[in-house]
Ligand binder design. Structure first.
Ligand code: UDP
Length: 236
């Protein structure tokens, strides 16, 4: 088996990453391509935990007729739909996987139990975490940082629709600088759109490297695990 740069990783997939061009709902082809690569990662001996977002269905800030907390809970429920879809797509490829949710929904998923999640990872199962932290006013980015610490992930792979971190939106500003390597403090001080500040601070406090990469080419995940320099590395 090839030498892996990272053995246990947490993959953060935004809802948008599963939506394809339409940016809403699930594009099964797009999701399938991502799952093909996750299968490769598992076959290479990597242990994969996934935190999935829900922005392709709902975001807390969408609600005008409801309280923020209600709207946030709807966002968390949205992530469970993505989690269920991912679980099926992985199992269809012969990749054993478990969906764990931070809000109990026992009929369709396991509740989040840290020790159980680690056991699954050790057995080569992909663990998908849905429903965020289970609390409003948080994001799935913060969940990614939290779960990464809880399961002892060596790095967080942040799959974005853009291929790296830039000083500005490169679609709007052609002079935007592309970063190969930045620090957590750069994200906070320059207000770079990588992860929200809570998530960034949690990664910084626990010294978990982030690798921000373009999910449009899901093979990037394999390259990163093999140690190739892809996207932007965020460290201390
Ligand atoms: N959310 C929340 N608490 C959490 C995680 C998520 O309230 O711990 C809600 C929040 O409303 C958020 C929505 O779920 O807007 C979907 O998550 P997110 O926006 O992080 O998804 P992504 O952008 O990654 O698709």
């Amino acid at each position: 088996m090839p030498e892996l740069k990272y053995k246990r990783v947490l993959l953060k997939l935004s809802g948008e990453a599963l939506a394809g061009e339409k940016k809403h709902g699930i594009n099964e082809e797009t999701m399938g391509e991502i799952c093909d690569q996750i299968k490769k990662l598992v076959e290479m001996g990597a242990e994969i935990a996934i935190v999935v977002g829900g922005g392709n269905f709902w975001r807390g800030r969408n609600g005008k007729e409801m309280e923020r907390t209600t709207s946030d809970y709807m966002g968390m429920l949205a992530t469970s739909m993505n989690g269920l879809a991912l679980q099926d797509a992985l199992e269809a490829r012969g990749v054993y996987s478990r969906l764990q949710t931070a809000i109990e929904m026992r009929e369709i998923a396991e509740p989040f139990i840290q020790r159980k999640a680690i056991k699954h990872l050790q057995k080569g199962r992909v663990v998908i975490f849905a429903c965020g932290t289970g609390h409003p006013y948080f994001t799935t980015d913060t969940t990614a940082a939290l779960r990464a610490v809880e399961v002892g992930a060596e790095a967080i792979l942040v799959g974005k629709t853009i291929d790296a971190v830039y000083s500005d939106d490169p679609k709007i500003n052609p002079n935007a600088e592309r970063y190969d390597h930045i620090t957590y403090l750069d994200i906070l001080s320059k207000d770079l759109k990588v992860m929200d500040s809570t998530a960034t601070a949690l990664c910084r406090d626990n010294k978990i490297p982030l690798i921000v990469f373009g999910i449009a080419d899901p093979e990037n995940m394999v390259k990163i695990i093999q140690g190739q320099k892809i996207g932007t590395l965020v460290t201390d």
